[in-house]
Design a protein around this ligand. Structure first.
Ligand code: MG
Length: 334
């Protein structure tokens, strides 16, 4: 029996978390499509589950209720699945104001209505004061695949020559939550990008079919973790061009002051698409036509070199490894 313990860093979405999952979780549970945003069930159905522990419960641009719906819908969408139904589990700490709970649930219901997905069930537990943190939410999502299993986007389908696209600037969600939590005046104007992406994702898969190789939402660990996960799962290298990345100035300024790399900071309303080169321009046009993807950009390519890793080609023409963040940069941001 190991004497090691789980740390906050294990929840950060980086290499430590991946190690925990690969060594301690997946083999014990026998998870088949381990690491994918949602898993194939059979009969055209996909499933995902997610837990939300964000602190504070309300932040600029969103709240834990919206986050729970969008996060779950987005994980289904990244596998080319239309959301069919959600369940919601609430773990409430004794002492939480009823008006707070009401506000979160109203926001959650509104988000579900926006995504046209019914909440078909749930569960509520209450824990003693001091043993929760206000409210945690767990969800499960069931989705209807829009293509046969083998044609769905997957982290394992990136191929050398593919184009890499992102749907907008990176790092807004992480900076917005941190700014709200720590009352950082210099980042007060940054809003979370918290948004549903199923329309954009399903249009891509619907229009471009099997040319859409991977879709992934760069949540914890940011773009750096997302690209490394694709690189490792597909055994290819991913290169992004620094100059091509869309940027949000206020996020960059905040990251500079905090010593963060915005490419390692979480997003909750952005996707990364890896598509066959011949469909790159069409994918970009479809993404930009979506209001949530107006700043989409073609930012990189898939290579055989540096397989299993991601790198950035800087404005100076030098290459730097885009590290998978190791532990927690920002705990409790989703
Ligand atoms: Mg995801």
């Amino acid at each position: 029996m190991s004497s090691e313990v789980v740390t906050l860093a294990h929840g950060g979405g980086g290499s430590l978390m991946r190690e925990l999952l690969v060594r301690q979780v997946f083999p014990v549970l026998g998870v088949v499509e381990a690491g994918e945003d949602a898993a194939w069930v059979g009969d055209g159905l996909l499933m995902t589950t997610d837990s939300f522990v964000v602190k504070p419960l309300f932040f600029p641009g969103g709240d834990i209720g919206k986050l729970a719906v969008y996060g779950t819908v987005n994980d289904l969408a990244m596998r080319g699945a239309r959301p069919l139904a959600l369940t919601v589990g609430l773990i409430v700490e004794e002492g939480l104001g009823l008006e707070v709970l009401e506000e979160v649930l109203a926001s959650l219901a509104e988000a579900a209505e926006e995504c046209e997905v019914p909440i078909i069930g749930g569960d509520t537990k209450v824990v003693e004061a001091g043993r929760g943190d206000g409210l945690y939410i767990n969800t499960a999502g069931l989705g209807q695949a829009v293509a046969p299993h083998e044609d769905l986007p997957s982290l394992a389908r990136a191929q050398p020559g593919d184009a890499v696209l992102v749907s907008g600037p990176m790092g807004e969600h992480g900076v917005a939550v941190l700014a709200a939590r720590e009352q950082l005046g210099f980042a007060a104007e940054v809003m979370s990008d918290c948004a549903p992406l199923h329309e954009m994702a399903l249009v891509l898969v619907g229009e471009l079919g099997t040319d859409v190789h991977c879709l992934h939402d760069p949540t914890r660990g940011g773009l750096a973790a997302a690209l490394n996960e694709i690189a490792q799962t597909s055994a290819v290298g991913l290169r992004v061009y620094e100059a091509a990345l869309p940027r949000q100035e206020a996020v960059e300024v905040a990251c500079e002051l905090l010593g963060f790399d915005s490419l390692q900071v979480a997003n909750e309303g952005k996707l990364v698409a890896v598509v066959a080169k011949r469909s790159a321009e069409d994918a970009l046009a479809l993404m930009r036509a979506d209001a949530r993807g107006s700043q989409s950009a073609l930012v990189g390519e898939v290579m055989l070199e540096v397989a299993g890793r991601a790198e950035v080609l800087t404005g100076l023409g030098t290459r730097r490894v885009l590290e998978m963040p190791s532990g927690e940069l920002l705990p409790r941001i989703c």
